[in-house]
Design a protein around this ligand. Structure first.
Ligand SMILES: Nc1ncnc2c1ncn2[C@@H]1O[C@H](COP(=O)(O)OP(=O)(O)OP(=O)(O)O)[C@@H](O)[C@H]1O
Ligand SMILES: [Mg+2]
Length: 237
């Protein structure tokens, strides 16, 4: 149990994002509560990554409000689709993130060893992060996020470009983090992955939130024609 108040729920009210003449997100109302794994689904360009960045505080919405129960920026971490790694060793990528978050030198070292072990990256700790394979890089960014013990983890297409084996390892890590109490909010356009991981679905289409609710209901009885077409594997644009 955490000994401080939860930053959840995250409440979005009429969150919009306009760039030039384009309304990229159109009055999104959503509530992300502690517990369920929330998956944001939708075709390319729907606004999934933008919405995630807004939730994480990297982009300011041009309209509407976003409200955490408690403000504590270090309690949330984000993993990007294309891993951003430092040109340093695998271990230093983790200890540096821990230093930024205010961990002592000793705690940094200990925590880094622990997450590298869990991620199966301990044998590679001293190697430059740049030489890792795509799957290993993604494992490293997840381990780095995990090291920070976030309460909420945002994941943007964490397995895009990975083969089934690497995807499985990443999904297992996500499942383990969720089991340890981390709130998962992630995007994907891999329907198989959504079926495996989602407790609830937020379906975005052209900047509008078309569906939000239990994953089972979404997959068995989609409420909109766009979601039904998306589920049938049709080319929804
Ligand atoms: N800061 C920004 N300024 C202007 N346009 C943006 C900005 N961020 C995103 N966009 C545009 O908004 C649209 C939605 O982008 P976004 O990356 O959120 O889509 P997505 O649903 O994540 O798609 P994909 O499945 O391809 O990752 C795109 O047309 C993109 O070019
Ligand atoms: Mg995206």
């Amino acid at each position: 149990m955490r000994d401080y108040a939860s930053i959840l729920p995250l409440q979005l009210e009429a969150v919009s994002y306009r760039a030039d003449d384009c309304l990229l997100l159109d009055r999104i109302d959503a509530r992300f509560r502690a517990g369920p794994r929330s998956l944001i689904l939708g075709p390319n360009g729907a606004g999934k990554s933008l919405l995630l960045r807004i939730c994480h505080g990297l982009v300011k919405p041009t309209g509407g409000t976003l409200c955490w129960a408690v403000a504590r920026p270090h309690a949330q971490a984000m993993v990007f689709q294309n891993p951003v790694l430092l040109r340093r060793s695998v271990r230093a990528n983790i200890t540096y993130a821990l230093a930024l978050a205010g961990y002592s030198r000793r705690d940094r070292r200990r925590r880094a060893e622990q997450v590298l072990e869990e991620a199966g990256l301990a044998p590679r700790a001293r190697h430059p992060a740049a030489v890792l394979s795509a799957g290993e890089k993604q494992k490293l960014v997840l381990a780095r996020a995990w090291a920070l013990r976030p309460e909420v983890l945002f994941l943007d297409e964490p397995t895009a470009n990975l083969d089934p084996g690497a995807t499985k390892v990443i999904e297992q890590t996500i499942t383990a983090m969720h089991a340890a109490g981390v709130k998962i909010i992630m995007t994907t356009h891999d329907l198989g992955q959504a079926r495996r991981l989602a407790d609830e679905i937020f379906f975005l289409h052209r900047g509008k939130l078309r569906e939000a609710g239990a994953a089972e209901t979404f997959f068995t009885q989609p409420g909109t024609a766009e979601a039904a077409a998306f589920l049938r594997g049709e080319l929804v644009i």
